[in-house]
Every structure is written in C-alpha cells, then in structure tokens.
Write a protein that binds this ligand. Structure first.
Ligand SMILES: C[S@@+](CC[C@H](N)C(=O)[O-])C[C@H]1O[C@@H](n2cnc3c(N)ncnc32)[C@H](O)[C@@H]1O
Length: 202
C-alpha cells in the first residue's frame, strides 16, 4: 500500500520523538550530510535559525561526535535539556549588530548550517521574499565567517530567487547546488542550497 504524505510526516515526527529530537527536521540534515559530507568530527559549526534544536543536537551527537563546537543562534531559545556541552547558544536576530559580533568572535567556522525560516504569512510572494533575504544574509555571513574549504547549507523557499542565490554561491564555492531531502513534506516549497569547498579568494 502506498504511504500517504501525512503518514510519512507522522513517521518522521514519531521517530524524532523516539530518538529525543524536538523536531522532525533532523532527518533533512541527516540526509543532506549523508549525501554531501558537510561536517566531520571536531568541526566548528555555526547553526543559524537553530531552535528548537534538532539540527544542533544531531550535529553534536552524530556529526562532530561530541568534539569541536557548535554556535547556535535563533530568535527563540533552544528546547534542549540539557544543552550539549559543545553548544553555545545565542538568542536574538542572527543579523543584528549585537549577535553578529558574537558570531564573529566565535568564528571562523568549518561549516555553516541554516534552516532559518521567516514566520509564514500564507502570501507566497511575501514568504519567499523574506526567505530569500534570510538566505542572502547567511551567504554574506559565509563569505566572512566560513573558513577556506568550508561548507554551507541554507534553506530557501522556492519562488525564483534561489537561482540568484545559487549564482552568488557558485562564485564562493567550488560546487553549489539545490537539494530537496526526502524528509521534506511533499507539499512544502522549501529547498536547500548547498555550497561545498569554499574557494580561497572568496
Ligand atoms: C524551521 S525552524 C529551524 C528548526 C531547526 N533547524 C531544528 O532542527 O530544530 C526556523 C527557525 O528560524 C529562526 N529564524 C528566523 N529568522 C531568524 C533570524 N533573523 N535570526 C535567528 N533565527 C531566525 C526562527 O526563529 C525558527 O526557529
């Protein structure tokens, strides 16, 4: 029997609950890393838009394997108890002057991961425009705070703007591509842009 969209969503949610993750989004990062090898044990990772904390916890447990460090930033606090020892969390706008200074103080990073998303309004044009703005800000952060050979993954709502963000990423990374993990809901218009191996001169 075919698995329905919602059955699939529920199975990911239930699995996240069983495995101690606050959100099903963890399986998107799992697949992204399995296919693109962004993060290795001991890396220094910046997680932008980290709350409630599934990507942060997965990175701690499975990717850096308790070594290295994770700087997690979000408008909202993480819902992780306890907060893993490799994690330093900041609450606030990742692109404000104050938080940005903290991110710079803790950088540069081997990898920047961003699942950041705007509050959705239901108006597709407004939502995609805001998502594109967030994605552009993270790419700009990567030009400054990602080490040479570093990797980047960002979420963006599909609406046309992803091609221009990808074009910019191709000037910064040896390889840049769009990727849609199976764990994304079938009806979701989100996609992930992946930049691999930051160039020396970027
Ligand atoms: C889909 S959630 C991230 C889920 C997270 N990756 C996880 O696995 O638990 C998107 C997050 O982006 C955050 N966000 C949106 N704009 C932001 C900004 N300017 N600065 C920091 N966080 C932001 C939201 O507060 C929200 O928590």
């Amino acid at each position: 029997m075919a698995t329905s969209r919602r059955d699939k969503a529920d199975s990911y949610t239930q699995r996240a609950h069983r495995e101690g993750y606050p959100a099903r989004s963890v399986y998107k990062l799992e697949e992204i890393n399995q296919t693109h090898h962004l993060i290795k044990p001991g890396d220094s990772v910046l997680d932008v838009g980290a709350a409630p904390g599934s990507w942060t916890l997965f990175t701690h447990r499975e990717l850096i394997k308790g070594k290295g460090k994770i700087i997690a930033v979000d408008l909202n606090p993480l819902r992780l108890d306890p907060v893993p020892p490799t994690v330093t969390a900041f609450v606030g706008d990742a692109f404000s002057k104050e938080i940005r200074a903290k991110l710079v103080e803790n950088g540069p990073y081997d990898c920047i991961i961003s699942d950041a998303a705007p509050m959705t309004t239901g108006n597709r044009t407004v939502d995609t425009t805001r998502s594109e703005w967030l994605a552009e800000q993270v790419v700009f952060l990567a030009t400054e705070q990602l080490k040479e050979h570093g990797n980047l993954v960002i979420k963006i709502f599909q609406g046309g703007g992803q091609e221009s963000v990808l074009k910019t990423m191709r000037t910064i990374f040896t390889k840049a591509k769009a990727f849609k993990p199976k764990a994304c809901r079938d009806d979701s218009f989100e996609i992930y842009l992946i930049g691999l191996d930051k160039k020396a001169q970027a």
